[in-house]
Ligand binder design. Structure first.
Ligand SMILES: [Zn+2]
Ligand SMILES: [Zn+2]
Ligand SMILES: [Zn+2]
Length: 761
C-alpha cells in the first residue's frame, strides 16, 4: 500500500542544485510527487513505499548537495493522492522571501574537468559553472533566484545550454548563470587604446603582460583585482606606489595548494580553511619572502584560485604566484563596475581584463586565519556574505548599521540575522555610497517595509553611520554602546541570550557612556539583562582624540604624562619627533585632549617607545608591529599590569618598557614581556572577577583580539584556571562584527508603544 509525506527543507537550499538532487533521489527510490522552491525553502511531496520514503529522508539528511546548508527538515505524513510520476514544479511566491541567498562558490571539480577538456563545448570558457559552483550573491538582483532576476538575464540560452538547463538529471538543471561560448558573455582585454576580443586571446595577452611585469586589472566575482607577478619586485613596488599603499600587505594567489605550501606554513586546519567553499585569504606564517609584498610582517595572506578565469590564467602560463589585491586606491571599496574601474584604475593598471557579465554588487575577498581559538574571520565578505550567521528571536525586522570603520550591516528578518559583506571605512565617499546601497539592497531583497523596522546604531553621536540611521526616517531607533555590541556579537553567534558572562572588550576606539574614548572595558551581564561595566583600563589623556590613532607618539604623550621621572624622550634611544612635544603641550594645557581607556592606544604608546615613531599607514599597524616584534623573542618574564580597584594600571607596564629600553635590552624581548604582561594582568583580573561574580565564561571581542599572540597567551593561562573562553567565529572580532551585536541587543529591548521608544531593561 502506498504511503505519502510532505517535507519542508529550510536553510541555504536554493541555487545550490537542490531540486535536481531531490528529483534524482526520488527517482532512485521509485517515488512519485513533486518539488518546488517555496518562499520559505524547498517543499517536497512524495508518494511510494514506506522503505522508499525512509531511504529518501535518510539520504536527504546524510548526503545533501555540497553547496547546500540545511537549517532544518520537517517531515509530515500525508494522504496519498495517487500520483504516478515525479515533477519539478514552478517557483511559488508568498509574502516575504525568507529563503537564504547562497554566497558565491568556487568552481567545482566537475566544471574544472570540462574547462580543460578540449572536446567539451565549454573548453577554456571563463564563465563555466553549474548548480554546485559559480556566482550567486554577486549575480542575484532580486528574489526568487531565477535567471530573469540575475545579471545573466540579457543572455539567452543556446540550444545546448537549454537542454542541460531543462534536464532534471543534469547538474546544470536550473543553474541560473549557465552559459557557454556560443551564447554567453566573454572576456576581452583593454590595453591603452587596443582591444583584444575573445576570452582565449585576451587571457593569453593578459598572461604575456603579467609575465612581462605589467599590472593587470582583472574582473572577478565581486569586483576587480589588481594582479602582478609576486616574484617581480619591480612590479610589486610599482603597484604599491601607484595604489598609494605604502606598507599594508598584499594578498597572494598561488597556482595551487602545493605552491601555497611553499609560501606559508599551513596546519591541516589552515589548509581546510584555504580550500573551504568560501576560499578566503588565509593568514599564515610566512615561509617564502617576497620583497615588498608584506613589509615588516611574519605573515602572508594567501588564497587559492576560485574562478574558472583564475585557473585559466595559471594554465596559460601566468606567473606561479600572483599578487591579487582589491582594485582600489588605498582603503576605498573594491571597484566593480567596468567604466568605474577603468576610470578609477587608469594610472594604476597597465591593462584591463574585463568580463562582460555584470556584477550585481561589490563583494571583496574574505580574510581569515586559524587561531588559538579556531577559525577567526577578520574580513567577512565573498563566500560568507550574505549568509545568516545567527538566529535572533525578534518578530520585528531589525536593521543594525554597525560602526564607521570596517563597516558591515545586519538585517534581521523573521528571526534570521543576515550580515552584509564588509563595506569599509565610511570616511570615504565611495564606502559611504556602498553602505547606503547595501542597506537598500538588503531591505528590498527581503522586502522589508521601513515602517516595520527598528534601526540600531552606535552611540557615537558623530558617527556617519549614526547620522545615516537617524536620517532614514524610521521612527524607532536605538543607540547601542560600541563595546557592549562587541561582547553581544559573540553571544549572538551562540544564541546565548541568558548566559551571564564576563565580557572583555579590548579595542582601538569606541564612544563610552561618559563620552570618553573607550577600548579597555570589562563588563558583567547577559544580552537579555544588559552589561554593566565593572572594570577598565586606567584612564589616560589622548591629545587630538581619535586622530591620535594615526601617530603612536601622540598616544604615547598622553599615556606617559602620568609617569614620574620620565627621561628625555626626544633623545636616544627613543628619538621621538617634534609631534610628541606638541602633543605633550596639549596634554599639559588640557587642550583638544580627551580621556581614553583604549588598549589599542596603549599598544601604540609601546610601539612608539620601541621605535615606531612615524605615522601609521593603515589601521592597527603599530599594534601589529609590536606583535610581530614580540614573536621574535622567547617567552619573557611579564611586566606588571595590576588590577587596582576597577582599574587595570598601565603605569608599571610602561615604566618597565622605558627602564629596559634605557638599559639596552633587546627590543623583541621587551615587546614579548609587554605582551605577556597584558595577558597575565588580564588573567589575574578575570580570575578575581569570575570568583567574586561566581562566573566561569569569559567573552573576548574587540579589535585588539586580532592579536594572535595575545590570544595564544590567554588561552594557555586561562585553561589552567578552568575558565571557558568564547570568541567570535562567524563575524570578525573587529568592528566588522559590531552590527550583529547591535541587532542582538535591540532584539531584547522593550518597545514603549506610546513613546515608540526603545528601552533596555
Ligand atoms: Zn560546477
Ligand atoms: Zn550556450
Ligand atoms: Zn570596536
Amino acid at each position: 500500500m502506498a504511503s505519502a509525506c510532505s517535507i519542508r527543507v529550510r536553510g541555504v537550499v536554493q541555487g545550490v542544485g537542490f531540486r535536481p538532487f531531490v528529483y534524482r533521489l526520488a527517482r532512485a527510490n521509485t517515488l512519485a510527487g513533486w518539488v518546488l522552491n517555496g518562499a520559505e525553502g524547498v517543499e517536497i511531496y512524495l508518494e511510494g513505499t514506506e522503505p522508499g520514503l525512509q531511504a529518501f529522508v535518510h539520504d536527504l539528511k546524510m548526503q545533501p548537495p555540497p553547496a547546500a546548508n540545511i537549517a532544518d527538515i520537517e517531515v509530515h505524513p500525508a494522504a496519498p493522492v495517487g500520483l504516478n510520476e515525479f515533477t519539478i514544479r514552478e517557483s511559488q511566491r508568498r509574502d516575504r522571501p525568507t529563503v537564504r541567498i547562497s554566497s558565491d562558490l568556487p568552481v567545482c571539480d566537475a566544471c574544472l574537468k570540462e574547462l580543460f577538456d578540449p572536446a567539451d563545448p565549454r573548453y577554456g570558457y571563463p564563465y563555466i559553472n553549474c548548480t554546485n559552483c559559480g556566482p550567486r550573491y554577486t549575480v542575484v538582483v532580486s528574489l526568487p533566484y531565477d535567471r530573469p532576476n540575475t545579471t545573466m538575464k540579457h543572455w539567452l540560452l543556446c540550444e545546448y545550454c537549454e537542454v542541460e538547463y531543462q534536464n532534471p538529471a543534469n547538474r546544470r538543471f536550473h543553474a541560473q548563470p549557465v552559459a557557454c561560448p556560443a551564447c554567453g558573455p566573454a572576456y576581452y582585454l583593454r590595453c591603452n587604446d587596443e582591444i583584444v576580443h575573445g576570452s582565449e586571446a585576451s587571457i593569453r595577452k593578459a598572461v604575456q603582460l603579467l609575465n612581462a611585469g605589467s599590472i593587470v586589472a582583472v574582473k572577478g566575482l565581486g569586483g576587480y583585482h589588481l594582479a602582478c607577478d609576486a616574484r617581480n619586485s619591480v612590479s610589486v613596488a610599482a603597484l604599491r606606489d601607484r595604489k598609494y599603499r605604502k606598507e599594508k600587505p598584499f594578498a597572494l594567489m598561488p597556482k595551487d595548494l602545493e605552491v601555497a605550501r611553499s609560501l606559508v606554513e599551513l596546519s591541516p586546519e589552515a589548509e581546510g580553511l584555504l580550500m573551504s567553499s568560501a576560499r578566503p585569504i588565509v593568514l599564515a606564517p610566512m615561509r617564502a619572502n617576497f620583497s615588498g609584498v608584506a613589509p615588516e610582517n611574519n605573515e602572508l595572506g594567501v588564497m587559492l584560485p576560485y574562478t574558472p578565469l583564475h585557473h585559466l590564467l595559471f594554465a596559460a602560463g601566468g606567473p606561479e604566484v600572483l599578487v591579487m589585491t582589491s582594485a582600489n586606491r588605498s582603503s576605498e571599496p573594491i571597484a566593480y563596475e567596468d567604466e568605474e574601474a577603468v576610470d578609477r584604475l587608469s594610472g594604476i593598471a597597465d591593462a584591463f581584463l574585463i568580463g562582460e557579465r555584470p556584477i550585481a554588487r561589490r563583494v571583496d575577498d574574505s580574510v581569515a586565519r586559524v587561531g588559538a581559538f579556531g577559525t577567526a574571520i577578520l574580513r567577512r565578505a565573498r563566500g560568507y556574505a550574505p549568509g545568516a550567521v545567527a538566529a535572533i528571536p525578534s518578530e520585528r525586522p531589525i536593521l543594525a548599521v554597525g560602526a564607521d570603520l570596517k563597516n558591515a550591516i545586519t538585517l534581521v528578518v523573521d528571526g534570521q540575522a543576515f550580515v552584509s559583506q564588509h563595506i569599509g571605512d565610511l570616511g570615504h565617499y565611495e564606502s559611504l555610497r556602498a553602505f547606503q546601497e547595501t542597506i537598500q539592497d538588503l531591505i528590498s531583497m527581503y522586502e522589508v517595509r521601513p515602517e516595520e523596522l527598528v534601526v540600531v546604531h552606535d552611540s557615537h553621536p558623530q558617527y556617519v553611520s549614526t547620522a545615516h540611521a537617524l536620517g532614514l526616517g524610521i521612527p524607532r531607533s536605538l543607540a547601542v554602546q560600541h563595546h557592549r555590541a562587541h561582547i553581544a556579537s559573540v553571544l549572538a553567534e551562540r544564541a546565548a541570550w541568558d548566559t551571564r558572562v564576563v565580557g572583555v572588550s579590548f579595542d582601538g576606539t569606541g564612544y563610552g557612556d561618559d563620552g570618553g574614548i573607550w577600548g579597555g572595558e570589562i563588563f558583567v551581564g547577559s544580552v537579555r539583562t544588559g552589561f554593566k561595566r565593572i572594570a577598565h583600563l586606567r584612564s589616560a589623556s589622548l591629545p587630538g582624540g581619535d586622530a591620535a590613532a594615526e601617530y603612536p607618539v601622540q598616544a604615547a604623550a598622553g599615556f606617559l604624562a602620568q609617569l614620574d621621572g620620565l627621561p628625555d624622550l626626544t633623545a636616544a634611544p627613543f628619538s621621538f619627533p617634534r609631534r610628541y612635544e606638541n602633543a605633550r603641550e596639549l596634554v599639559h594645557k588640557n587642550v583638544r585632549t580627551f580621556a581614553t581607556t583604549s588598549v589599542g592606544r596603549l599598544f601604540d604608546a609601546v610601539a612608539a617607545l620601541l621605535g615606531f615613531t612615524r605615522e601609521i599607514t593603515f589601521e592597527g599597524q603599530a599594534a601589529m608591529w609590536v606583535e610581530q616584534l614580540a614573536r621574535g623573542a622567547r617567552l619573557a618574564e611579564p611586566y606588571p599590569f595590576p588590577l587596582i580597584g576597577e582599574e587595570l594600571d598601565f603605569r608599571p607596564l610602561l615604566q618597565s618598557v622605558i627602564r629596559d629600553r634605557l638599559r639596552g635590552r633587546d627590543l623583541a624581548e621587551i615587546a614579548r614581556a609587554f605582551q605577556r604582561g597584558v595577558a597575565e594582568g588580564l588573567r589575574d583580573a578575570l580570575v578575581e572577577i569570575c570568583r567574586s561574580q561566581n562566573l566561569s565564561i569569559v567573552v573576548l571581542s574587540g579589535g585588539v583580539f586580532q592579536n594572535e599572540l595575545l590570544l595564544e597567551d590567554l588561552k594557555s593561562l586561562l585553561e589552567k584556571e578552568a575558565l571557558q573562553i568564547w570568541t567570535n567565529h562567524a563575524v570578525p572580532p573587529n568592528d566588522g562584527g559590531i552590527s550583529l551585536g547591535q541587532a542582538a541587543i535591540a532584539a531584547f529591548c522593550q518597545l514603549d508603544q506610546q513613546l515608540q521608544e526603545l528601552t533596555y531593561a
